[in-house]
Design a protein around this ligand. Structure first.
Ligand SMILES: C[S@@+](CC[C@H](N)C(=O)[O-])C[C@H]1O[C@@H](n2cnc3c(N)ncnc32)[C@H](O)[C@@H]1O
Length: 283
């Protein structure tokens, strides 16, 4: 990547190109199934039209970029941007198989890379915008690439306390780990945009208008018990904690298996509450 050297997001670039990105690439199908119902309302809110030029920020393994490419049709085009080589490799493979020719994947940091000027009608992201070291700089950069009046829509997590699908496994694991100092709630990471007031202020400072943050709460399906347990243990903040503390893995595995078993529904899948913001704005 051209701007890896001295990048403000060097730590994230490292994470998403090693174990964090690797687990997302390995569990692409499971994670797509888990988060698709949360991305759908943001996609609907973007309301892209045929022929539109669209940017998908932090497109990862490409599911939403492919959905957008389908929506804009042959006269439109989608650029998926991401810092993770590993995930982009999956995305490019899927685009090749889909036969869609109106989609390009770009390995670049959306905070610093020159994405062009007044180029995009619409910008989308599913959980890809909470990792910027400087969110105002990032959204200012993104806004420059948008046509005046262009639409932005993304989905990001509301507080961990409302997201039992992650809170309960994390709390369970914590009982086996030494106490750690409280983390900075504003630090780049999945919950950095949990405070809607902060999100509005970032977008406002970056020059966006008509900013709206709408809560959306729904249970998410994490697959059957074996799948849900495997994904919970390896992906996200819990996966990272366990990679740093491998000695507790056997105990945590058993405890999380027991926890998730209590959330298996009559259809045989683990379902747990999730809570997100659907954020929309105009450039
Ligand atoms: C939680 S994953 C979501 C991936 C994908 N949007 C999805 O919903 O499956 C976050 C994504 O944001 C990407 N990302 C993080 N910081 C980024 C940055 N500064 N520029 C571009 N992508 C970034 C990561 O590499 C990762 O693919």
């Amino acid at each position: 990547m051209s701007d890896t050297i001295a990048s403000p997001n060097a730590k994230m670039i490292e994470q998403w190109n090693t174990a964090t990105g690797q687990t997302w690439a390995v569990f692409q199908a499971e994670l797509d199934a888990q988060v698709a119902p949360l991305g759908s309302p943001a996609l609907a809110a973007l309301d892209v039209h045929a022929g539109a030029q669209v940017l998908d920020i932090g497109c990862g393994c490409g599911q939403t970029a492919l959905q957008l490419a389908d929506l804009v049709g042959q006269d439109g085009h989608v650029v998926g941007v991401d810092i993770s080589k590993l995930m982009l490799e999956v995305a490019r493979g899927r685009a090749g198989l889909s036969g869609l020719s109106n989609i390009t994947f770009l390995e670049a940091d959306a905070q610093t890379y020159d994405l062009g000027r007044q180029r995009f009608d619409a910008v989308f992201s599913r959980f890809g915008v909470m990792f910027f070291a400087d969110p105002v700089a990032a959204f200012s950069n993104i806004s420059k690439a948008m046509k005046s009046g262009g639409r932005l829509a993304f989905v990001c997590w509301r507080p961990l306390s409302l997201n039992d699908w992650m809170r309960l496994p994390l709390e369970t694991a914590m009982t086996f780990l030494p106490p750690s100092p409280p983390s900075d709630p504003l630090a780049p990471g999945p919950f950095a945009f949990a405070d809607a007031e902060r999100v509005r202020s970032i977008l406002n400072e970056a020059g966006f208008t008509h900013i709206e943050t709408r809560p959306f709460d729904t249970p998410i399906s994490m697959g059957d018990l074996a799948t849900a347990t495997r994904v919970a243990l390896q992906v996200g903040p819990l996966g990272r904690l366990l990679r740093e503390n491998p000695a507790v893995i056997p105990d945590v595995t058993e405890a999380i298996g027991t926890l998730l078993k209590n959330h298996v529904t009559e259809v045989g899948t683990v379902q747990m509450p999730a809570s997100v913001w659907i954020v929309t704005a105009s450039a």
